[in-house]
Design a protein around this ligand. Structure first.
Ligand code: AVI
Length: 321
């Protein structure tokens, strides 16, 4: 087998086919009532690192709980996935979760997809050095509005991997469309997906408002990303992080709250925010497991196998296409 010296990379610019350029869409969100910004702007060179730091926090249970569940069901997943799958890692980030599956899955090809291309390049360079015989492709794309894969991605036995409960950052309606879209891309194969489950409010609250303030920095850094993107003059010091659990909708909401009356300008516009006004920056839905399995079945998956930790805080689901 010929060793691979580096992964092959594909990069797609933000999709503006709907006719609304990214900058105008962001400004429209800021001008809306209530104002909102897509959570994708939490990420970037610093945001991705802050998110990595969040996953190490004692309060942020999802990552380590998912890791425990994954350790316990690796062999079961390998049996379900079959021989030599094409492992397609959605939102790969530092690629560590997928790396932990290589030994049991023995994938024929590893495809890492992430919006933060430079971060992905860096992560995959390390990975390729450690697994020189595994063919790797890196795809830099925002797949939240749909995924297109280049022809270089093997069609045989695709196993989509969407860990971390990122599905919780979509509304249930958007999640259904997204899951059905993935289903359409794997005529043979399936989806291995992590989902965060409903639990006590105090645990949820602490996970999104940690004592060190890392999640606060992650949320506030979105303002720096907006300044770079639309040329606005948000002053981080004028805003505070706010996280709350909306029990009716079963979701954590993150907001940025104005500490004082402030006016934010950008080329061609401005908006005044009164003290206490909030910009909604993220939702993180928490599911009852049975409801999530129903969602997968509605999205067209035939059979679903599930694993959870002993406290039933987090679940991994293998859904057969
Ligand atoms: C990426 N996503 C699943 C995280 C979550 O828990 O919703 C993002 C996050 N936001 C604040 N902390 C972590």
């Amino acid at each position: 087998m010929t060793p691979h010296s580096s992964p092959t990379f594909f990069s797609y610019p933000a999709d503006e086919s709907a006719g609304v350029p990214e900058r105008s869409a962001v400004i429209a969100g800021l001008m809306a009532d209530p104002p909102w910004v897509s959570p994708k702007y939490l990420y970037g060179p610093l945001g991705s690192r802050l998110f990595d730091a969040i996953t190490e926090l004692p309060e942020y249970y999802p990552t380590r709980t998912e890791r425990t569940v994954l350790e316990g069901c690796r062999d079961g997943i390998a049996r379900a996935a079959g021989a030599g799958p094409t492992l397609i890692d959605l939102g790969a980030g530092n690629c560590e979760k997928a790396r932990s599956l290589f030994a049991s899955l023995q994938p024929r090809q590893y495809v890492a997809v992430d919006m933060s291309v430079e971060f992905l390049r860096h992560s995959m360079a390390h990975l390729q050095r450690d697994f020189p015989h595994l063919e790797m492709l890196g795809i830099g794309v925002d797949f939240s509005a749909g995924l297109r894969l280049p022809d270089a991605v093997r069609r045989e036995n695709r196993l989509f991997f969407y860990p971390g409960s990122s599905i919780g950052n979509f509304t249930p309606e958007e999640a259904l469309v997204f899951l059905a879209g993935i289903r359409a891309q794997c005529p043979v194969g399936g989806l291995l997906i992590g989902v965060d489950l409903v639990k006590s409010e105090s645990i949820l609250q602490a996970a999104y408002d940690d004592a060190l303030g890392v999640t606060a920095a992650f949320n506030l850094n979105l303002l720096n990303n907006l300044n770079a993107l639309i040329g606005s003059d948000f002053a981080v010091a004028d805003w505070r992080h706010c996280a709350l659990f909306n029990t009716t909708l079963s979701r954590i909401e993150m907001h940025l709250e104005a500490r004082r009356d402030t006016t934010v300008h950008w080329p061609g516009g401005a908006r005044r925010f009164a003290q206490g006004a909030r910009i909604h920056t993220e939702n993180s839905y928490k599911y009852a497991l049975a409801d999530f399995v129903t969602l997968l079945r509605q999205a067209g998956y035939r059979r679903v196998q599930t694993w959870t930790d002993e406290k039933e805080w987090f679940a991994l689901c293998h859904a057969f296409a």
